[in-house]
Design a protein around this ligand. Sequence first.
Ligand SMILES: Cc1cc2nc3c(=O)[nH]c(=O)nc-3n(C[C@H](O)[C@H](O)[C@H](O)COP(=O)(O)O)c2cc1C
Length: 373
Amino acid sequence: MPDLFDPIRLGPATLANRIAMAPMTRGRRPDERADAMTARYYGQRATAGLIVTEGTTVSEQARGGVSVPGIWTPEQTAGWRLVTERVHAEGGHVFAQLWHVGRLSHAALQPGGGSPVSSSATPLADDPDNRVFATLEDGVPGFVRATPPRALELAEIADVVGDFAAAARNAIDAGFDGVEIHGANGYLVEQFLNPNINRREDRYGGSIENRSRLAIELVDAVAAAVGADRVGIRLSPFGRGFDNAAYAETVDTYLLLARELQERGVVYVHLNDQRPDGERIDEGFLRAFRSIYSGVLLLAGGLDKTEATDLIARDLIDVAAFGRHFIANPDLVRRLAADHPLAEPDVATFYGGGDAGYVDYPPAERDADAARP
Ligand SMILES: Cc1cc2nc3c(=O)[nH]c(=O)nc-3n(C[C@H](O)[C@H](O)[C@H](O)COP(=O)(O)O)c2cc1C
């Protein structure tokens, strides 16, 4: 029976264990380029079998917040090379999460100060949870209401697909082991999947097939660029964040995706359980998904060692991804193996700022020393 600490094949790679670091935006790069500090942060966490980087934006249009490192320019690509070299030197593997936020943006972040784009011109509710972090005319960054989006034109959808493919090529040039298409958490891909947001009447709207078309085109283009065995995708089937209201065809939508992803041989699917901001991804859904998709299955969202071990032992998932625990516990793998107590992350330093709450969480021995009277 496999457990968390057993190796697993992922396409051409063998991961040292079945513990992944989930993608986490940290908002620490005002120049939007990964740098030596980014490399240090990921290097500290490289005992994870797999690291998935923070969402890295594929174009200027894809941006939804300041200080997020992108992957569409040569300079940004060079910045990420520092990260991959460091992680590989530590024996780890790392995928870049490719991100387009869609309507979760502000005109100040968009090319020419235009409207953010989405499947349709469906605005977000004016809710504090829907705010984006932007720098307005006064030059001071802060949380602001998203600018109402406009619908992408057909030709522009092809451009978005091209941006993902180009970003994937950049990621491989930068030395990444692969890329994860961000299809989760209410961003652009989900804005096409969800009929409460997607009101299109062309081949990208209406039926489940049409609403899934963008996701599948992204997979096809990225796989053509870098090979399906280097492509994963993240999905959050029952997430409700950013106004993703429930819809009746949710399970059918994601099982259709499972079939298409199976056919294309993408190397992994990373399901994100957004509890409590959404319904639980239950055992029945995992079994149904797995009966169709036979690649590596990752699951994230509120996991602890006990639950992760149980899900892997029962063959419901292959790899357990941890988010917040990796922020405060750079040596999470060792701590889990030794049942060492886990440090709690400081929510105030999740996004933005410098070293504090980023690269200064100590490994277990020093943590224990610090706790000693
Ligand atoms: C600070 C922070 C930033 C995050 N940024 C991203 C992101 O860029 N992309 C993404 O897919 N999920 C992101 N997430 C969600 C995490 O990947 C993960 O799914 C979530 O934290 C639940 O896992 P956990 O309970 O182990 O933390 C973020 C979560 C946190 C706490």
